[in-house]
Ligand binder design. Structure first.
Ligand SMILES: *[C@@H]1O[C@H](CO)[C@@H](O)[C@H](O)[C@H]1NC(C)=O
Length: 141
């Protein structure tokens, strides 16, 4: 697992990291609009440089900081739907949905590696939708 910081000045380094990646977690910060606005540019980059069948997941992090929220959960959902990728909000601080993000990707990759004809298909978006926790609007942690 590589953490590529996301900053513009590391972009050329970043290409090398995700060129052969099997999965990419795209994170924005729900309290930071510009991090959300950058996601489209990242998706364009990924389309250009990553493996065609790379597993992508969109994550809105810092979901515990509800008082400073700038990006509604619905906005994340809409962007994810537009690109056909699974989405959930996470909190690195509380751990909310963090394990699920990695588990969903692991399940998807495992499913792809062992896929047999006639086997019931694994749908990562359905799995994430059925498992994810949603931050309540007014919880104080
Ligand atoms: C907000 O996001 C932008 C783009 O990712 C980043 O450059 C900036 O440092 C972030 N600001 C804060 C306060 O985290």
């Amino acid at each position: 697992i590589w953490d590529t910081a996301g900053q513009e000045r590391f972009r050329s380094v970043t290409h090398a990291y995700y060129r052969d990646a099997q999965a990419l977690l795209l994170l924005y910060d729900i309290t930071n609009k510009s991090s959300f606005d950058n996601i489209r540019a990242w998706l364009t980059e990924i389309h250009e440089y990553a493996q065609r069948d790379v597993v992508i997941m969109l994550l809105g992090n810092k979901a515990d900081v509800s008082s400073e929220r700038m990006i509604r959960s619905e906005d994340g959902e809409m962007l994810a739907r537009e690109y056909g990728v699974p989405f959930m909000e996470t909190s690195a601080k509380t751990g909310m949905n963090v394990e699920l993000a990695f588990l969903a990707i692991a399940k998807e990759l495992k499913y792809r590696a062992g896929r047999q004809a006639h086997e019931r298909s694994f749908q990562i978006r359905d799995y994430v939708e059925s498992q994810k926790k949603r931050p309540s609007c007014c919880s104080f942690l």
